[in-house]
Design a binder for this molecule. Sequence first.
Ligand SMILES: [Fe+2]
Length: 199
Amino acid sequence: MRPDGALQTFIDDVESVVGGTDDEHEITKRVADLLSALLAGDYRLPPEVTRPSNDHHVNYPLYIAPDHGWCLAAVVWNVGQRTPVHGHETWGVAGIHSGSEHEFRYDKPTAADAGRPLKPAGENVWEPGQVTVCCTTDDDVHAVAAVGDVPTVGIHVYGADICAIERRSYDPATGAVTWFVSDWDTPDPGADGQATGRS
Ligand SMILES: [Fe+2]
């Protein structure tokens, strides 16, 4: 997808932030401000990157930095879909474009926590226009569920190519870890319904 004017300006601004510091807390604060401004300006994603799939939540790439140092994604959950409890292994900022998202946060387990249930760390329901720092590398564990009657679409910024890195999935009851790599999905400009291909 070729970014339009507003999205290209956002990409340029994030590039400037990411290029200016390695401090994840500084980066996420400034990127959250930029994403809040983008959404407050009534930015609308093209339809091809807001289409849900019936069998999985969808990750559409909006921009991947040439050095894979950060990426921008449209993440789409169909009504009722949810993620496993998972980590990101990098920083991330998420804003709600449309629909509603219920986030369940957990403390990131340390080596001393191995074999123990995860500790819940709060939950929030995020609505259109709201932006959250979903993660820094040391605090990055959550699950997300689409709530409401329409698909949930988020604009997410991550400090890596999020579909190229190995990440942790957790069984919250036991703390057991499974490593996984997500897939990017392919926008289909001709489709009028479901997302189709996976890449
Ligand atoms: Fe996540």
